[in-house]
Design a protein around this ligand. Structure first.
Ligand code: AMP
Length: 214
């Protein structure tokens, strides 16, 4: 199962990726998480990406495709993976075509999570995630069950993203509509696109995704 979770920033890709990862035992490949780790470690890529990420623009295709191709070499990706936040441009998607095995597409299914823009803004402002396992939460919409403790791994440290402020989120939307949305017809033509209504409760969205994957 080689999946792409698709949709605008804050639509719930990260949350649903954690659900799929636990349910189907697949690695969660979030280019955003990989880049944020590089920024934190102050690696060469991290230094190049920091300012771009803070401004809501996209890191270069060359850097991101390099990261992804390297990650796909790891043995845990042999039986499948979940892409979260990748591909984000047509060139990134086309670069995956060079990874085709015996003319078989690298990607089996793309799931678009559809959510209204204003709802997304509410969701992003107030979200935070687990420092250890990256599980996503929201102060009011999806709080932890026990205050200060991650539901999944028990960690007590949480982080908030630097780019989760209203100004940057609006720029991230613009980037999404300009560079990423054109991928929808690209995958529709390949006949591998499914859509779920992301306005529903998290557990109902998960249920819809599970039905598609089964
Ligand atoms: P995300 O966590 O997926 O929202 O990504 C956070 C930021 O990382 C984005 O706003 C981009 O600056 C950068 N980024 C993540 N994935 C990609 C990608 N596939 N292509 C280019 N930039 C990316």
């Amino acid at each position: 199962m080689r999946l792409v979770l698709f949709g605008p920033p804050g639509c719930g890709k990260g949350t649903q990726a954690v659900f799929i990862k636990n349910k189907f035992n697949l690695p969660h490949l979030s280019t955003g998480d990989i880049l944020r780790a590089a920024v934190q470690k102050k690696t060469k890529i991290g230094k190049q990406a920091k300012e771009i990420m803070e401004s809501g623009r996209l890191v270069s295709d060359e850097i991101v495709v390099g990261i992804v191709k390297e990650r796909l070499e790891h043995s845990d990706c042999r039986n499948g993976f979940i892409f979260d936040g990748f591909p984000r441009t047509l060139d990134q998607a086309i670069s995956l075509d060079s990874e085709k095995k015996k003319k078989k597409e690298l990607i089996d299914r793309v799931i678009e999570i559809q959510v209204d823009k204003e709802e997304i803004l509410k969701r992003i402002i107030g979200r935070f995630s687990c420092y250890s396992c990256s599980a996503n939460y929201h102060e009011t919409l999806n709080p932890v069950k026990i205050i200060g403790i991650c539901d999944f791994c028990g960690e007590s440290k949480f982080t908030k993203r630097d780019d989760d402020n209203e100004k940057t989120v609006r720029l991230r939307f613009e980037t999404y509509y300009k560079d990423t949305e054109p991928l929808i017809p690209f995958y529709e033509k390949k006949g591998i696109m499914s859509k779920v209504n992301g306005m529903k409760k998290i557990s109902d969205v998960s249920k819809n995704i599970e039905e598609i994957l089964n």
